[in-house]
Design a protein around this ligand. Structure first.
Ligand code: ASP
Length: 418
């Protein structure tokens, strides 16, 4: 059995939904499908989820609320027309939602309705059973998946009936709708794959799989046919976002392979993600980087781990998210995202903050060894590298440069991976 997840771009309008239906119907067996809300139809378009967030923010401004609501409604009406379905369930749900929002509901509830409505629409078009994610997806306070989800899912879902489930949300412990972080329909897909004991979890998007580097940054990156769950997780730490990082663990634990496929080019093989791959064929798989990072340098003679941990947790409380750190006897350097210019008031060590100049790049591949890392670094020739390190266990080399060299370094490395 295949569990499919289709992203918002693949479901942005009727013609795209027809292409998706063709993909699903080309396989005769029963299938389970997770859908996102309709995404962008063209560059300047607005995703339905973003429209819903503005709707939630404008409940007190009658005319703005009305206009945004009409925009959302007309997107669904267009799709109903294009698919030549009655659309009664969707239209009734839309009206009910408008009333519910004005009576006062949470932002998460409003944001989740794009997936809910799209799943209702597509279930009518495909003639598949609709199962609301609220019936089985349970989230903890920190947004992680409660294990009850899998028990409920196994009870509610029937492996003999083709089913559509809206992505992106579940219920919290008080029974209220709670969304995952953005792009979270991937997580719902992973949950469904585990509940349905799928043979494969196919994640359909608008690219033909994982690339050696972001095509918006480099020319001619290559496709990566196979990677491991661990490699994908590492790549996600350094900004790769083809697949939501929190969606990896559930399927990895169940040993279900993930395939990233392109709705516009279904014949392309895409990328398969599983626990093992043939490393010799492609020792290094990808490079990605996070820009606009701050650096915090920490100085104290005989730096004590406990004092350091206190300072790091104070930084975290002010919103600092560490990407890469290095410790020596008297110094520590931490590169990360930091929204504020402030340092915590009470600190154990002396901290200096350097704002937004740094890029941390991750070069990932289970075939990496010191010799390969050094040859990549040698190719960067006289580009000023601030720091680099290699960790065999995570199969990742980290290179720190100034933001101004971001693009150049990624291009050189991506060309060498090929
Ligand atoms: N529609 C949500 C978003 O735009 C969730 C998803 O597409 O996965 O983030």
């Amino acid at each position: 059995m295949i569990v499919y997840k289709f992203g918002g771009t693949s479901l942005a309008e009727a013609t795209k939904i027809k292409a998706v239906a063709k993909i699903i119907k080309s396989v005769t067996e029963v299938s389970m499908v997770v859908v996102s809300a309709p995404g962008k139809r063209f560059d300047q378009d607005i995703k339905v989820t973003d429209l819903l967030y503005s709707l939630a923010a404008n409940t007190s401004q009658e005319s703005k609320f009305g206009n945004i609501f009409l925009e959302i409604k007309s997107r669904f009406e267009l799709m109903i027309k294009g698919l030549a379905v009655e659309g009664k369930a969707v239209l009734e749900a839309l009206d009910a939602i408008a009333k519910e929002i004005l009576q006062g509901v949470s932002q998460d509830f409003v944001a989740s309705r794009g997936e809910y409505l799209n799943a209702l629409l597509i279930s009518e078009y495909l003639g598949f059973r609709f199962v609301d994610a609220a019936e089985f997806v349970r989230l903890r306070d920190d947004g992680s998946i409660d294990s009850l989800t899998y028990e409920l899912g196994a009870k509610i879902l029937d492996r003999n009936i083709s089913t559509i489930v809206p992505g992106f949300y579940g219920l919290d412990k008080d029974g209220k709708i709670k969304t995952f972080s953005r792009g979270g329909s991937d997580i719902t897909g992973a949950i469904l794959a585990v509940c349905a004991q799928a043979d494969v979890y196919q994640n359909w998007t608008d690219v033909s799989g994982v690339l050696t580097a972001d095509p918006r940054i480099v020319d001619n990156p290559s496709f990566v046919p196979e990677i491991t769950y661990a490699e994908l997780r590492q790549m996600a730490c350094f900004g790769t976002n083809v697949f939501h990082s929190e969606a990896i663990s559930p399927v990895a634990a169940a040993g279900i392979p993930i395939q990233i496929k392109n709705t516009l080019r279904p014949e392309d093989k895409g990328t398969t993600i599983s626990c093992q791959r043939e490393v010799k064929k492609m020792p290094v798989v990808a490079v990605s980087g996070v820009k606009n990072l701050s650096k915090i340098s920490i100085n104290k003679e005989n730096l004590d781990q406990r004092e350091l941990a206190k300072d790091i947790s104070a930084l975290k409380n002010l919103g600092f998210k560490s990407i890469f750190s290095r410790f020596t006897a008297d110094y520590a350097y931490i590169y990360g995202k930091y929204e504020t210019d402030k340092l915590p008031e009470e600190l154990e060590c002396k901290l200096v903050l350097y704002k937004e100049k740094y890029t941390v790049l991750g070069l990932v591949g289970q075939g990496l060894d010191w010799a390969k890392v050094l040859s990549f670094v040698a190719d960067l020739q006289d580009l000023p590298i601030i720091d680099f390190s290699f960790e065999q266990i995570s199969a990742t080399a980290v290179i720190v440069v100034e933001d101004s060299h971001y693009q150049e370094v990624i291009q050189i490395i991506s060309d060498k991976i090929r």
